[in-house]
Unconditional design. Structure first.
Ligand SMILES: Nc1ncnc2c1ncn2[C@@H]1O[C@H](COP(=O)(O)OP(=O)(O)OP(=O)(O)O)[C@@H](O)[C@H]1O
Ligand code: SF4
Ligand SMILES: [Mg+2]
Lengths: 140, 448
């Protein structure tokens, strides 16, 4: 395969209530490509968590899905505040989410741990004041 | 199904099976508006007081009270049948991990189209967020989605009517949007070819359609019960391998199925959410006393747990709620949005008829006369035991006193009173017998 298939999504940060729609688009595309339900589930959960994080914590960003012959790569990039202590942020239960979205079920501090759990590899590149890029891989 | 004996079956959604009703006092005691009396050995519902909460249906140990609703077969003459599934429907299924199965399943069950009520709910949420920003509206704003609550406010809490969110309930909005969408997509259809059928968690919506609130005429053509559609739907869903991506429901829309969902969608933590008709009444009493300073929004649901607790569901409300919790996890926050500056769309959401105070609890239209009656009630009521046994056919001693003053009952209906009278007669008879036959000596002894 020469050029891998790519999907590019813009995640706008302005409006919290539109968060999560890019992952639905990605899920639709992967279904059309005939991936098995488990793979689709893992990719869409990982992307969903990252997408929501970009909206809540980083005022939006971009999401890319790249389909390689034996794995799917998810790249979430934002120009937000960055994560000062990645190890702490990765801990289950750690959250700086604002109160007004907690009653909707967000802010459990489970997003990053879930992204790690549902993918085969995850890298976080973050610079405080510049932004965060998270690259994940799901083997197919 | 029309039960001619029972007038209430006509306007309301509850019918009574006279053969099954034993005239016991369960429903009598349970009714939050004291709308039930036992007359001639069976329950009678006073139409004007009934708010369709469904409590009597739930409590009746003899299953004599039945909810009335429509069936899909009744609508076979329509060219285009649109299902309007309530968010609560999604909580009824075991192991469901994707709402698309439900939507695809409905299309296999004889519906031509599906318009999820959750879509309209998300729009109502967005509108409410804006409404709460306004300075000119009385706070706290009270949700208008549950028809039982709105009806209750209109009969018992008239001072709070201005606080009620003047927005059509999501299902009404859904029916209107669904019909417009169908005619846009299928220009050959005319409005009379289309029917919008709500798949409902509660009988209260049946009654809402017959006596709409906030609008002159409902665009909902029929109300089916979740539990009626359920079994066929489960079968249809089983055969679906990979459903189309067809559900338009977001996290906010699903959340509307349970208490707290509507509130959490406001992204504003100054809210109170309560459920169960008795709690609802308590909360309204407190708001009327202005006891909740600082609250912006009050969400009230007549059923325990919210709409998942409606009497027409299949599953236990708390199990359904737990399932929804799971289902909504990876849904986008909302899928439906109000188009920016779309005044027309916003206006369409608003009430087009005011909900007015209906003074069914009032003793008399004339204040002076009402006060005289109240005094009489107090005097009569004082004579009763206050044990509220219900044997007279009224829920409380005070309610019997009220019925007497209204000319609908008499003091002889009270068995305690009756017993006292019988005792008095016995005593009196006893005395006569005594005086006539007792030996004079005995009389002397006691005197000494
Ligand atoms: N893209 C990001 N930019 C800046 N900070 C982030 C970003 N993603 C995560 N964080 C920080 O890491 C914390 C943990 O993230 P995580 O997704 O695990 O939990 P959460 O988003 O707070 O809650 P949940 O995901 O359970 O709703 C966040 O609270 C936030 O402080
Ligand atoms: S809470 Fe929901 S299900 Fe219960 S009566 Fe109100 S609208 Fe119907
Ligand atoms: Mg998160």
């Amino acid at each position: 395969m020469s050029v891998p298939l790519k999907f590019h999504y813009i995640v706008s940060g302005g409006d919290f209530t539109s968060a999560g729609n890019a992952s639905v688009q990605a899920k639709k595309a992967l279904r059309q490509l005939g991936f098995d339900p488990e793979t689709i589930r893992r990719v869409s959960i990982a992307m969903y968590e990252g997408e929501i994080n970009m909206v809540i914590h980083a005022d939006g960003g971009t999401a890319d899905i790249i389909v390689y012959p034996d794995y799917i790569e998810i790249i979430l990039a934002d120009k937000g505040p960055g994560i000062p202590d990645v190890e702490l942020a990765m801990q289950a239960g750690y959250s700086t989410a604002p109160d007004n979205i907690r009653s909707l079920g967000f802010g459990a501090g489970m997003g990053l741990p879930n992204m790690k759990r549902y993918t085969d590899d995850m890298q976080i590149d973050t610079v405080v004041g510049e932004g965060t890029t998270i690259t994940m891989r799901v083997n197919t | 199904m029309g039960d001619k004996h029972n007038q209430s079956a006509y306007n309301h959604s509850v019918s009574l099976d006279l053969n099954k009703c034993k005239g016991c006092t369960h429903c009598l005691k349970r009714c939050p508006t004291e709308a039930i009396r036992i007359r001639n050995g069976h329950a009678v519902i006073r139409n004007e007081r009934c708010i369709d909460c469904g409590e009597c249906i739930r409590i009746c140990p003899h299953q004599a009270k039945k909810a009335l609703y429509d069936r899909l077969e009744d609508f076979k003459d329509y060219k285009w049948k649109i299902a309007l599934p309530a968010p609560a429907l999604y909580g009824q299924f075991d192991n469901l991990d994707d709402l698309d199965y439900v939507v695809s399943g409905l299309l296999k069950c004889g519906f031509d189209d599906v318009f999820e009520v959750a879509r309209a709910a998300e729009l109502v949420s967005e509108y409410t967020r804006q409404y709460l920003q306004r300075e000119d509206v009385p706070k706290p704003v009270i949700s208008s989605a549950c028809p039982v609550v709105v009806r209750l406010i209109s009969v018992r809490f008239p001072y709070l009517l201005d606080n009620v969110l003047p927005v059509l309930p999501p299902v009404e909005l859904a029916a209107r949007m669904a019909k417009e969408e169908a005619m846009r997509k299928h220009p050959e259809l005319r409005e009379e070819d289309i029917c919008a059928l709500f798949i409902s968690p509660c009988p209260a919506k049946v009654s809402y359609v017959r006596n709409p609130l906030g609008t002159a005429e409902s665009k909902i053509d029929g109300v089916l019960a979740i539990r009626d559609v359920y079994f066929k739907l489960v079968g249809a869903m089983k055969g679906i391998e990979c459903p189309e991506l067809s559900s338009e429901t977001g996290l906010i829309g699903v959340s509307w199925a349970g208490t707290g969902g509507e509130s959490s969608a406001l992204l504003n933590d100054k809210y109170l959410a309560a459920d169960g008709i008795e709690n609802v009444i308590k909360v309204l009493d407190e708001i009327e006393k202005e006891n909740f300073a600082g609250l912006e929004f009050i969400e009230l649901n007549a059923c325990n747990g919210g709409c998942v607790g409606g009497a027409l569901n299949v599953e236990n409300p708390y199990i359904a709620k737990a399932r929804l919790q799971n289902l909504r996890r990876y849904l986008p926050v909302a899928k439906s949005r109000l188009a920016a500056k779309d005044r027309e769309a916003e206006e369409r959401m608003l009430w087009d008829a005011k909900v007015a105070y209906s003074p069914v609890m009032q003793l008399d239209a004339d204040r002076g006369e009402a006060m005289r009656k109240m005094q009489k009630i107090q005097t009569i009521s004082k004579c009763f035991s206050q044990i509220d046994c219900g044997s007279c056919g009224a829920p409380t001693c005070n309610a019997l006193a009220e019925d007497i003053v209204r000319g609908e009952a008499s003091e002889d209906d009270c068995i305690i009173e009756m017993r006292r009278q019988i005792h008095a007669i016995y005593d009196h008879l006893g005395k006569i017998v005594h005086e006539t036959y007792a030996p004079p000596a005995a009389d002397k002894e006691t005197k000494e």
